[in-house]
Design a protein. Structure first.
Length: 330
Protein backbone atom coordinates (compact mmCIF):
# COMPACT_ATOMS: atom_id res chain seq x y z
CA UNK A 1 0.00 0.00 0.00
CA UNK A 2 2.65 2.54 1.06
CA UNK A 3 5.46 1.28 -1.20
CA UNK A 4 8.04 1.51 1.58
CA UNK A 5 10.86 -0.95 2.37
CA UNK A 6 10.57 -2.63 5.76
CA UNK A 7 12.31 -5.31 7.81
CA UNK A 8 10.38 -8.30 9.14
CA UNK A 9 10.48 -8.10 12.98
CA UNK A 10 12.31 -10.79 14.95
CA UNK A 11 8.97 -12.12 16.24
CA UNK A 12 7.58 -12.49 12.73
CA UNK A 13 4.82 -10.82 10.74
CA UNK A 14 2.50 -10.57 13.74
CA UNK A 15 4.73 -7.79 15.11
CA UNK A 16 4.23 -5.59 12.06
CA UNK A 17 2.18 -2.42 12.43
CA UNK A 18 -1.49 -3.16 11.77
CA UNK A 19 -3.62 -0.95 9.55
CA UNK A 20 -6.73 -0.23 11.62
CA UNK A 21 -9.14 0.25 8.72
CA UNK A 22 -8.00 -2.89 6.89
CA UNK A 23 -8.13 -4.87 10.14
CA UNK A 24 -11.73 -3.76 10.69
CA UNK A 25 -12.59 -4.81 7.15
CA UNK A 26 -11.18 -8.27 7.86
CA UNK A 27 -12.99 -8.60 11.20
CA UNK A 28 -16.41 -7.49 10.04
CA UNK A 29 -16.17 -9.37 6.76
CA UNK A 30 -15.60 -12.57 8.69
CA UNK A 31 -18.53 -11.74 10.93
CA UNK A 32 -20.89 -10.94 8.06
CA UNK A 33 -19.78 -13.67 5.65
CA UNK A 34 -22.15 -16.58 5.01
CA UNK A 35 -19.29 -19.08 5.31
CA UNK A 36 -19.08 -18.26 9.03
CA UNK A 37 -22.76 -18.95 9.60
CA UNK A 38 -21.87 -22.36 11.13
CA UNK A 39 -19.05 -21.02 13.34
CA UNK A 40 -18.95 -22.27 16.96
CA UNK A 41 -19.56 -19.93 19.92
CA UNK A 42 -16.18 -18.49 20.93
CA UNK A 43 -17.06 -18.27 24.64
CA UNK A 44 -18.25 -21.88 24.78
CA UNK A 45 -15.06 -22.99 22.99
CA UNK A 46 -12.89 -21.33 25.65
CA UNK A 47 -14.87 -22.84 28.51
CA UNK A 48 -15.24 -26.30 26.99
CA UNK A 49 -13.28 -29.30 28.23
CA UNK A 50 -12.71 -32.83 26.98
CA UNK A 51 -15.93 -34.78 26.80
CA UNK A 52 -18.10 -31.72 27.37
CA UNK A 53 -20.16 -32.45 24.29
CA UNK A 54 -21.06 -30.46 21.21
CA UNK A 55 -20.24 -26.71 21.21
CA UNK A 56 -23.27 -24.56 20.30
CA UNK A 57 -23.30 -22.72 16.97
CA UNK A 58 -22.79 -18.94 17.13
CA UNK A 59 -25.81 -16.88 16.09
CA UNK A 60 -24.82 -13.36 17.19
CA UNK A 61 -21.85 -11.05 16.71
CA UNK A 62 -20.88 -8.58 19.48
CA UNK A 63 -19.36 -5.46 17.94
CA UNK A 64 -17.87 -4.27 21.26
CA UNK A 65 -16.22 -7.59 22.14
CA UNK A 66 -15.47 -8.72 18.55
CA UNK A 67 -16.84 -12.19 19.36
CA UNK A 68 -19.22 -14.70 17.80
CA UNK A 69 -21.71 -15.89 20.43
CA UNK A 70 -24.49 -18.40 20.83
CA UNK A 71 -27.91 -17.30 22.10
CA UNK A 72 -27.16 -18.07 25.74
CA UNK A 73 -23.75 -16.35 25.81
CA UNK A 74 -25.12 -13.26 24.08
CA UNK A 75 -27.72 -12.56 26.80
CA UNK A 76 -25.33 -10.92 29.33
CA UNK A 77 -24.17 -8.52 26.61
CA UNK A 78 -27.71 -7.13 26.40
CA UNK A 79 -27.70 -6.18 30.11
CA UNK A 80 -24.10 -5.14 30.65
CA UNK A 81 -23.61 -2.77 33.60
CA UNK A 82 -21.68 -0.26 31.50
CA UNK A 83 -24.40 -0.24 28.86
CA UNK A 84 -25.89 -2.63 26.34
CA UNK A 85 -23.37 -3.95 23.83
CA UNK A 86 -23.98 -3.65 20.10
CA UNK A 87 -25.19 -7.05 18.89
CA UNK A 88 -25.91 -8.07 15.30
CA UNK A 89 -27.15 -11.35 13.76
CA UNK A 90 -24.19 -13.41 12.55
CA UNK A 91 -24.04 -13.79 8.79
CA UNK A 92 -26.25 -10.79 8.04
CA UNK A 93 -25.14 -8.34 5.37
CA UNK A 94 -24.04 -5.72 7.87
CA UNK A 95 -20.42 -5.10 6.84
CA UNK A 96 -20.88 -1.37 6.24
CA UNK A 97 -22.86 -1.00 9.46
CA UNK A 98 -20.28 -2.85 11.57
CA UNK A 99 -17.42 -0.73 10.23
CA UNK A 100 -19.24 2.49 11.08
CA UNK A 101 -20.21 1.24 14.54
CA UNK A 102 -16.64 0.43 15.54
CA UNK A 103 -15.25 3.26 17.68
CA UNK A 104 -12.02 4.88 16.45
CA UNK A 105 -9.74 4.96 19.48
CA UNK A 106 -6.79 7.27 19.88
CA UNK A 107 -3.43 5.53 19.40
CA UNK A 108 -2.01 7.22 22.49
CA UNK A 109 -5.13 7.25 24.70
CA UNK A 110 -7.03 3.99 24.16
CA UNK A 111 -10.02 5.10 26.21
CA UNK A 112 -10.53 8.23 24.10
CA UNK A 113 -12.01 8.53 20.63
CA UNK A 114 -10.40 10.70 17.97
CA UNK A 115 -12.54 13.74 17.24
CA UNK A 116 -10.10 16.30 15.80
CA UNK A 117 -7.59 16.42 12.96
CA UNK A 118 -4.34 18.33 13.47
CA UNK A 119 -3.61 20.14 10.20
CA UNK A 120 0.00 20.83 11.21
CA UNK A 121 0.83 17.22 12.15
CA UNK A 122 -1.61 15.67 9.62
CA UNK A 123 -3.04 13.14 12.10
CA UNK A 124 -6.19 12.28 14.03
CA UNK A 125 -6.14 13.32 17.68
CA UNK A 126 -8.37 13.09 20.74
CA UNK A 127 -9.16 15.92 23.14
CA UNK A 128 -6.35 14.80 25.47
CA UNK A 129 -3.84 14.93 22.62
CA UNK A 130 -5.09 18.39 21.72
CA UNK A 131 -4.71 19.63 25.30
CA UNK A 132 -1.22 18.16 25.79
CA UNK A 133 0.62 18.58 22.47
CA UNK A 134 -1.56 20.23 19.84
CA UNK A 135 -3.09 23.21 21.64
CA UNK A 136 -1.18 25.75 19.51
CA UNK A 137 -1.65 23.83 16.26
CA UNK A 138 -4.25 24.37 13.57
CA UNK A 139 -6.93 21.74 13.97
CA UNK A 140 -10.48 21.09 12.80
CA UNK A 141 -13.21 18.56 13.39
CA UNK A 142 -12.69 15.22 11.67
CA UNK A 143 -16.04 15.37 9.89
CA UNK A 144 -15.17 18.73 8.34
CA UNK A 145 -11.67 17.73 7.22
CA UNK A 146 -12.81 14.32 5.97
CA UNK A 147 -15.02 15.92 3.32
CA UNK A 148 -12.03 17.73 1.81
CA UNK A 149 -9.83 14.63 1.95
CA UNK A 150 -12.60 12.51 0.45
CA UNK A 151 -12.61 14.71 -2.67
CA UNK A 152 -8.82 14.54 -2.96
CA UNK A 153 -8.75 10.74 -2.59
CA UNK A 154 -11.49 10.38 -5.20
CA UNK A 155 -9.55 12.61 -7.62
CA UNK A 156 -6.31 10.68 -7.08
CA UNK A 157 -8.09 7.37 -7.56
CA UNK A 158 -9.66 8.61 -10.81
CA UNK A 159 -6.26 9.67 -12.18
CA UNK A 160 -4.74 6.32 -11.21
CA UNK A 161 -7.57 4.50 -12.98
CA UNK A 162 -6.85 6.50 -16.13
CA UNK A 163 -3.16 5.56 -16.03
CA UNK A 164 -4.04 1.89 -15.50
CA UNK A 165 -5.92 1.95 -18.81
CA UNK A 166 -2.93 3.53 -20.59
CA UNK A 167 -0.49 0.99 -19.16
CA UNK A 168 -2.71 -1.90 -20.17
CA UNK A 169 -2.94 -0.53 -23.71
CA UNK A 170 0.84 -0.08 -23.86
CA UNK A 171 1.38 -3.63 -22.63
CA UNK A 172 -0.70 -5.01 -25.52
CA UNK A 173 1.26 -2.84 -27.97
CA UNK A 174 4.53 -4.27 -26.65
CA UNK A 175 3.29 -7.82 -27.28
CA UNK A 176 2.56 -6.96 -30.91
CA UNK A 177 6.00 -5.34 -31.29
CA UNK A 178 7.67 -8.51 -30.00
CA UNK A 179 5.80 -10.62 -32.54
CA UNK A 180 6.74 -8.26 -35.37
CA UNK A 181 10.38 -8.25 -34.35
CA UNK A 182 10.52 -12.05 -34.15
CA UNK A 183 8.94 -12.19 -37.60
CA UNK A 184 11.72 -9.96 -38.93
CA UNK A 185 14.29 -12.28 -37.39
CA UNK A 186 12.67 -15.29 -39.05
CA UNK A 187 12.75 -13.56 -42.45
CA UNK A 188 16.40 -12.61 -42.03
CA UNK A 189 17.27 -16.20 -41.16
CA UNK A 190 15.60 -17.39 -44.37
CA UNK A 191 17.69 -14.97 -46.46
CA UNK A 192 20.85 -16.02 -44.67
CA UNK A 193 20.11 -19.71 -45.28
CA UNK A 194 19.31 -19.12 -48.96
CA UNK A 195 22.60 -17.27 -49.46
CA UNK A 196 24.53 -19.85 -47.44
CA UNK A 197 23.22 -22.67 -49.64
CA UNK A 198 24.96 -21.09 -52.64
CA UNK A 199 28.43 -20.97 -51.15
CA UNK A 200 28.06 -24.30 -49.35
CA UNK A 201 30.58 -25.29 -46.76
CA UNK A 202 33.07 -22.56 -47.50
CA UNK A 203 30.84 -20.06 -45.76
CA UNK A 204 29.52 -22.20 -42.90
CA UNK A 205 31.62 -20.35 -40.34
CA UNK A 206 30.30 -16.96 -41.53
CA UNK A 207 26.72 -18.20 -41.37
CA UNK A 208 27.33 -19.41 -37.84
CA UNK A 209 28.73 -16.01 -36.86
CA UNK A 210 25.69 -14.21 -38.24
CA UNK A 211 23.34 -16.59 -36.47
CA UNK A 212 25.13 -16.10 -33.17
CA UNK A 213 24.79 -12.34 -33.54
CA UNK A 214 21.11 -12.68 -34.38
CA UNK A 215 20.50 -14.88 -31.36
CA UNK A 216 22.33 -12.41 -29.15
CA UNK A 217 20.22 -9.51 -30.43
CA UNK A 218 17.04 -11.59 -30.08
CA UNK A 219 17.96 -12.58 -26.54
CA UNK A 220 18.76 -9.01 -25.52
CA UNK A 221 15.57 -7.70 -27.11
CA UNK A 222 13.54 -10.40 -25.38
CA UNK A 223 15.07 -9.42 -22.04
CA UNK A 224 14.23 -5.78 -22.73
CA UNK A 225 10.64 -6.68 -23.63
CA UNK A 226 10.35 -8.78 -20.47
CA UNK A 227 11.63 -5.91 -18.33
CA UNK A 228 9.11 -3.55 -19.93
CA UNK A 229 6.32 -6.05 -19.32
CA UNK A 230 7.41 -6.53 -15.72
CA UNK A 231 7.47 -2.76 -15.22
CA UNK A 232 3.99 -2.47 -16.75
CA UNK A 233 2.58 -5.31 -14.66
CA UNK A 234 4.14 -3.98 -11.47
CA UNK A 235 2.79 -0.50 -12.20
CA UNK A 236 -0.70 -1.91 -12.82
CA UNK A 237 -0.61 -3.99 -9.63
CA UNK A 238 0.49 -0.96 -7.59
CA UNK A 239 -2.14 1.32 -9.11
CA UNK A 240 -4.95 -1.26 -9.03
CA UNK A 241 -4.14 -1.93 -5.38
CA UNK A 242 -4.24 1.83 -4.70
CA UNK A 243 -7.54 2.25 -6.54
CA UNK A 244 -9.20 -0.78 -4.91
CA UNK A 245 -8.18 0.34 -1.45
CA UNK A 246 -9.29 3.94 -2.14
CA UNK A 247 -12.72 2.72 -3.25
CA UNK A 248 -13.10 0.55 -0.14
CA UNK A 249 -12.11 3.50 2.01
CA UNK A 250 -14.48 5.92 0.25
CA UNK A 251 -17.41 3.51 0.29
CA UNK A 252 -17.03 2.00 3.75
CA UNK A 253 -14.60 4.10 5.73
CA UNK A 254 -15.61 6.47 8.46
CA UNK A 255 -14.48 10.07 8.39
CA UNK A 256 -11.70 9.27 10.86
CA UNK A 257 -10.50 6.43 8.64
CA UNK A 258 -10.40 8.79 5.67
CA UNK A 259 -8.54 11.52 7.50
CA UNK A 260 -6.06 9.02 8.89
CA UNK A 261 -5.27 7.50 5.48
CA UNK A 262 -5.66 10.56 3.24
CA UNK A 263 -2.18 12.17 3.62
CA UNK A 264 -0.28 8.97 2.91
CA UNK A 265 -2.69 7.99 0.14
CA UNK A 266 -2.20 11.33 -1.57
CA UNK A 267 1.58 11.05 -1.36
CA UNK A 268 1.40 7.51 -2.75
CA UNK A 269 -0.80 8.67 -5.62
CA UNK A 270 1.66 11.44 -6.48
CA UNK A 271 4.55 8.95 -6.64
CA UNK A 272 2.57 6.55 -8.83
CA UNK A 273 1.54 9.34 -11.20
CA UNK A 274 5.03 10.84 -11.33
CA UNK A 275 6.56 7.53 -12.37
CA UNK A 276 4.85 7.93 -15.81
CA UNK A 277 5.28 4.28 -16.73
CA UNK A 278 3.43 4.88 -20.02
CA UNK A 279 6.51 6.70 -21.29
CA UNK A 280 8.43 3.42 -21.19
CA UNK A 281 7.92 1.42 -24.34
CA UNK A 282 9.40 -1.69 -25.85
CA UNK A 283 11.46 -0.60 -28.87
CA UNK A 284 12.88 -3.61 -30.69
CA UNK A 285 15.93 -3.15 -32.92
CA UNK A 286 15.35 -3.30 -36.67
CA UNK A 287 17.13 -6.24 -38.23
CA UNK A 288 18.00 -6.42 -41.92
CA UNK A 289 20.35 -8.53 -43.96
CA UNK A 290 22.26 -7.49 -47.08
CA UNK A 291 23.30 -10.61 -49.04
CA UNK A 292 26.73 -10.64 -50.57
CA UNK A 293 27.28 -11.01 -54.32
CA UNK A 294 27.84 -14.76 -54.43
CA UNK A 295 29.69 -14.48 -57.72
CA UNK A 296 32.49 -12.67 -55.96
CA UNK A 297 33.79 -15.83 -54.27
CA UNK A 298 37.16 -14.27 -53.61
CA UNK A 299 35.64 -11.60 -51.36
CA UNK A 300 36.25 -12.00 -47.66
CA UNK A 301 32.62 -11.24 -46.91
CA UNK A 302 31.04 -14.23 -48.58
CA UNK A 303 27.73 -14.36 -46.77
CA UNK A 304 26.72 -10.74 -46.21
CA UNK A 305 26.42 -8.21 -43.41
CA UNK A 306 23.89 -8.08 -40.63
CA UNK A 307 22.76 -4.57 -39.65
CA UNK A 308 21.17 -4.01 -36.26
CA UNK A 309 19.92 -0.47 -35.63
CA UNK A 310 19.51 0.17 -31.93
CA UNK A 311 17.26 2.80 -30.39
CA UNK A 312 20.31 4.71 -29.10
CA UNK A 313 21.36 5.25 -32.73
CA UNK A 314 17.89 6.68 -33.35
CA UNK A 315 18.24 9.12 -30.45
CA UNK A 316 15.89 7.20 -28.18
CA UNK A 317 16.70 5.55 -24.86
CA UNK A 318 16.50 1.92 -23.71
CA UNK A 319 15.99 2.90 -20.07
CA UNK A 320 13.08 1.15 -18.34
CA UNK A 321 12.03 2.71 -14.99
CA UNK A 322 10.53 0.44 -12.36
CA UNK A 323 7.40 2.23 -11.01
CA UNK A 324 7.98 1.23 -7.39
CA UNK A 325 11.74 1.28 -6.78
CA UNK A 326 12.61 3.79 -9.54
CA UNK A 327 15.55 1.53 -10.51
CA UNK A 328 16.69 1.97 -14.13
CA UNK A 329 17.31 -1.10 -16.20
CA UNK A 330 19.40 -0.76 -19.33
Amino acid sequence: MCGKDFQIPSDGLEDLWHHSFVQRLVDVRKASSEEFSEAPCEVCMKESYEGSGRIPTATTYCVDCNQKLCGQCSRPHRWWRGGTHQLRPLGAEVEQELIQMRASSCDKHRDEQVKLFCLDCMQNICVLCFASKHRNHNSSGILEVADDFRLRIANDAEQILSVISSVREQSEKAKLDVQEFLSEVVNVKKVVLATGDVVKRSVDSQINDVFMELESVTSESAKQAERVQEANQLAMVSMESFHAYSQELLEKGRPSDITQAAPELHERARKLLDSDVTAVKYRPPHVTFAPADVTQVKSLNLIGKLTVRSEEESGRSHEVPCPVSQTLYK
